[in-house]
Design a protein around this ligand. Structure first.
Ligand SMILES: C[S@@+](CC[C@H](N)C(=O)[O-])C[C@H]1O[C@@H](n2cnc3c(N)ncnc32)[C@H](O)[C@@H]1O
Length: 249
């Protein structure tokens, strides 16, 4: 991977991201079980795109699957290699990776693909996933979608949390014209007795279900289904998330 392609914005968030409870990851794997795992054989090879700190990968490894994770943040991958030592992790940008057709399933969880901020780039991600899948392989990913989130995103929000060794505060606002939510986070971390401050800005694109479905179809995916995680699975999460399932071939 070239430094040009490297997605490093998440580096400074890695320790905080790794410090989340286990509940979300367990719920995600429960949903994956219903949507994709039950259709795979027990030693299937799964690609986790935007794998973060490897918490999902580790749970899949425990179930007996082979897992490869890609992420654009080297720091996220450092945690992933510790959390899931038996998985393979590669520093790659979801928009540019090229793998041969070896995977039985590709997953992308916790709305990592909303960080891909144009439909053209999202299409490139879908093309790369399509190429990486075997025939009849399954692609599952979750996403904030316009239909479920627009009202909530239009309200400016300030959130934060203070723990013993770290604290953060974030402000979120939404650009209605560009359909981009902007999250500005300031974080304080106690390192060797000194509080260190870092500022981060993340941009989340809000896509419509129709645009995502048509982009998947353009790339060649079939049997495309959308689920509302709250209404279809009864799962409350930090935002109202949707989930897409699509097949190659
Ligand atoms: C919200 S986290 C999700 C992590 C993981 N999927 C999970 O469920 O815990 C989003 C991840 O996407 C990664 N990411 C964002 N844009 C990326 C890109 N273009 N290519 C590769 N990774 C990317 C970030 O580095 C971060 O680790």
């Amino acid at each position: 991977m070239t430094t040009k392609n490297r997605y490093a914005e998440y580096d400074s968030l890695a320790s905080m991201y790794d410090d989340q409870g286990t509940e979300r990851h367990d719920l995600v794997v429960e949903q994956l079980e219903k949507l994709v795992l039950q259709h795979l054989h027990k030693s299937a090879h799964i690609l986790d795109v935007c794998c973060g700190t490897g918490q999902i990968a580790q749970r899949l490894i425990q179930k007996g699957y082979q897992v490869t994770g890609i992420d654009g943040s080297e720091e996220m991958l450092c945690y992933a290699r510790k959390n899931a030592p038996n998985a393979e992790f590669i520093l790659e940008d979801a928009r540019f990776f090229k793998f041969s057709s070896t995977f039985h399933a590709v997953i992308s969880t916790d709305v990592g693909l909303n960080l891909v901020t144009t439909i053209e780039e999202l299409q490139k991600v879908f093309q790369n996933v399509y190429q990486a899948l075997r025939e009849n392989g399954i692609f599952v990913f979750d996403l904030y979608v316009e239909e479920l989130c627009i009202e909530d995103w239009q309200r400016t929000k300030i959130q934060g949390e203070a723990k013993e060794n770290n604290a953060w505060i974030s402000e979120f606002d939404y650009d209605t014209e560009k359909k981009i939510g902007c999250d500005r986070t300031t974080r304080f971390e106690l390192i060797d007795g000194q509080w260190q401050r870092s500022n981060m800005t993340f941009r989340w694109k809000l896509y419509s279900v129709t645009d995502v479905k048509s982009t998947l179809a353009k790339v060649g995916f079939t049997d495309i289904v959308f689920y509302d995680i709250k209404n279809d699975f009864g799962v409350e999460s930090s935002g109202h998330i949707g989930c897409f399932v699509a097949c190659k071939g």
